[in-house]
Ligand binder design. Structure first.
Ligand code: PGA
Length: 251
């Protein structure tokens, strides 16, 4: 059985005052039967991790460098994230792929570094609208998966997030059939590459405009093991109903 995972990506949002939102979530979902992950900006990781009751919620980073240390001004290594209390890191988000020109090869190198530091990697894949319109979606996802995911990935250290770029922050969501088609494809690819057991056990998240109003439907889709949530993870009042929908799906 794959344990469900609700993950929040705060992106470049959140000052110390917003740590209250994490407090509210941990208070409400302390005994949750699903896994919870919040990825605040790097400036809040240590403070967020420090106030976590053990295991209530994991704190993660939104990116890391592939090198352990060195002359990389402004960057953060995987070991630094772990040292600050992070247990996971999002890698290859489409905003990093686009705005920071991250290639699949760079993402794979970052994932190797993250695994070496004991972090879970949430590796993002997803097609643009032009690619979907050209009926290239599965080719794109297949190529991103093949090149971004390192060979040392296991069901314990790898989570895949399918995030269609056109659905991120837009309020547009694929149909349940479209989500199911991609998630089934990712599952088949992982089983082929890592073997039936590992491939079957790696968790697959859907991301892109997940809201309290559509989460329960999305969680009915086979091979959707949770969500990576941006905008709706910023406020406990929005994220909590999404977590509850996933808890219901898990029960
Ligand atoms: P969104 O972002 O939920 O605001 O669409 C999702 C993401 O980018 O991870």
């Amino acid at each position: 059985m794959r344990r469900k995972l609700a993950a929040g990506n705060w992106k470049m949002n959140g000052l110390s005052a917003e740590l209250d939102q994490i407090d509210a979530l941990t208070a409400k979902h302390a005994d949750s039967a699903i896994d919870l992950l919040i990825c605040p900006p790097a400036t809040l990781i240590a403070a967020a991790a420090a106030r976590m009751s053990p295991h209530a919620m994991m704190i993660g980073g939104q990116d890391c460098h592939s090198e352990p240390s060195g002359a990389f001004t402004g960057d953060i290594s995987a070991a630094m994230l772990a040292d600050a209390g992070a247990g996971a890191v999002i890698l290859g988000h489409s905003e990093r792929r686009e705005q920071h020109e991250e290639s699949d090869e760079m993402i794979r190198a970052k994932a190797l570094a993250a695994h070496q530091s004991g972090l879970i990697t949430v590796i993002c894949v997803g097609e643009s609208l032009a690619q979907r319109d050209a009926a290239n979606t599965l080719d794109i996802i297949g190529a991103q998966l093949a090149a971004s995911v390192p060979n040392n990935a296991t069901a314990e250290n790898l989570v895949i997030a399918y995030e269609p770029i056109w659905a991120i922050g837009t309020g547009k969501v694929p149909t349940l059939d479209q989500i199911g088609e991609v998630h089934d494809f990712i599952r088949a690819r992982l089983e082929h590459r890592f073997g039936a057991d590992t491939g079957h056990s790696i968790r697959l998240l859907y991301g892109g405009s997940v809201k309290p109003g559509n989460a329960a439907d999305i969680f009915t889709v086979t091979n959707v093991d949770g969500a990576l949530v941006g905008g709706a993870s910023l406020k406990a009042a929005d994220f909590s109903p999404i977590i509850e929908a996933l808890e219901t799906a898990a029960s």
